[in-house]
Design a binder for this molecule. Structure first.
Ligand code: FES
Length: 118
């Protein structure tokens, strides 16, 4: 069962911005991309590096450590299969950002495997 964790006010995260939230010893990064909020675990699935400062190209985040790229909407690497970021459902409730933990949207154990592009 998932837990609903408030991580800040929605107006603290304008389009184009990102923020870190710490919940239960876990680091989560939230991104506002054109008004859509995405939440991911702040650990690259390749080698565990923080991805919070990674370069964004649209919805694709580049890990600052070795350059692997992940689509924030799915957690998957675009164009190739394999590793995926853990993503979390996030919604706005009463002006607050609320992340669902314990029910990852794209954890490697629960999400469908990322597929290679045709
Ligand atoms: S730790 Fe992210 S690409 Fe290697």
């Amino acid at each position: 069962m998932s837990r609903q964790i408030p991580v800040g006010a929605v107006d603290e995260l304008a389009p184009g911005q990102r923020k870190l939230a710490f919940v239960d010893g876990r680091s989560i990064v939230l991104f506002n991309i054109d008004g859509t909020i995405h939440a991911i675990d702040n650990a690259c699935p390749h080698n565990g590096a923080s991805v919070a400062s990674g370069q964004l190209e649209g919805c694709v985040l580049r890990c600052p450590a070795h350059g692997l790229r992940f689509d924030l909407r799915t957690g998957c690497m675009p164009g190739v299969g394999g590793l995926s970021l853990t993503t979390f459902p996030v919604r706005v409730v009463g002006g607050k950002l609320v992340v669902s933990l314990g029910d990852p949207a794209a954890s490697p154990a629960q999400a469908p495997a990322c597929k290679s592009a045709p």
